[in-house]
Write a protein that binds this ligand. Sequence first.
Ligand SMILES: *Cc1c(COP(=O)(O)O)cnc(C)c1O
Length: 369
Amino acid sequence: MSTPFSDGTRSVHAGLPAPAVGEPFLPGPVFAAPYHLDPATGPGEHGYARTEHPTRELLEAAIGELEGGPALAFSSGQAAITALLLAVLRSGDTVALPADGYFTVRAFAESFLRDLGVTTVLVPTAGPYPDLTGVRLVLLETPANPGLDVCDVRAVAAQAHRAGALVAVDNTTATPLGQNPLALGADLVVASGTKALTGHSDVLLGYVAATDPELLGRVETWRKQTGAVPGAFDCWLAHRSIATLDLRLARQSRNAEALASLLVSRTDVTGVRWPGLPADPSFAVASAQMRRIPGVVSFDLGTAERVARFLDAARLVFAATSFGGVHTTADRRAQWGDDTSPGFVRFSCGIEDTADLIADVTAALDASR
Ligand SMILES: *Cc1c(COP(=O)(O)O)cnc(C)c1O
């Protein structure tokens, strides 16, 4: 491909097969576990869906094009992350994990990984990063969910590589149109496709991408032998949704910018975090490293009761966990038992019209005071 296409074009065309007369642009989901085999030669291109599947392969091609390295799809983000951890780590290894990242990853490390003899070091995303000597794998999550701190992937990757460690980046919040960790020096990308990548709140999906075939091969063998593959319909829904990724992110980001400006102007809201705000602690690193800032904003309304009143009063903000979807949602994280304060809200801007959303949030904040 000679012309470097821009994000909207890349989203629409990612992973599509070459045009063929009478065939759809994106072939429909193939519902089959086994396929006909050639009795003489045995397994060919497709034999059994856990190992290879045509609909999944098209989705993987799309994600791989956007990430800049071959990708493997998993049945959820957690399936992808745990596959990466278990395929890479051995008893006696040390793994560095974000202290402020997706909490289920820490829970997994503190139970199953610990039982396997793997030591975990927790590092805040914003740093400082400790001496990484003796660390086998550094998993970064930037921007971190839910606090939205950002780390300098290039700098941490250089430090980790000097110490002999591998670097993986959880790219869930940014998506591959927000940043490309492989181009920033990471060895692996891991992500939940459940969030903004697919964006319609209707599929669970995860993926691992890596440019080193040996490394990705190990993850693929892990997936083949443990079986956490996504189904055909979910792969097809995800691929269909990626066509609008650029448009969705653009509106979500614009809504987040307007929302963050509103929130910092109010005296009844504290702790506003959005890496695109010039006053945000993550602004400098995010502007240098990211191609766009996601639609997630975090802030504090003081008490659980005020968050409930706010969500009751809002017409356009659904109370829901997860984020990155076309509908605006908000989640009081402390209700899930993670270590945020009682009034902490992770707010995910949807693709509603900016003026409607801002008016609705303003009215709901006023009503909840
Ligand atoms: C949601 C999320 C995950 C887990 O993804 P699932 O698809 O829910 O399994 C991992 N990392 C981050 C940053 C997430 O937000």
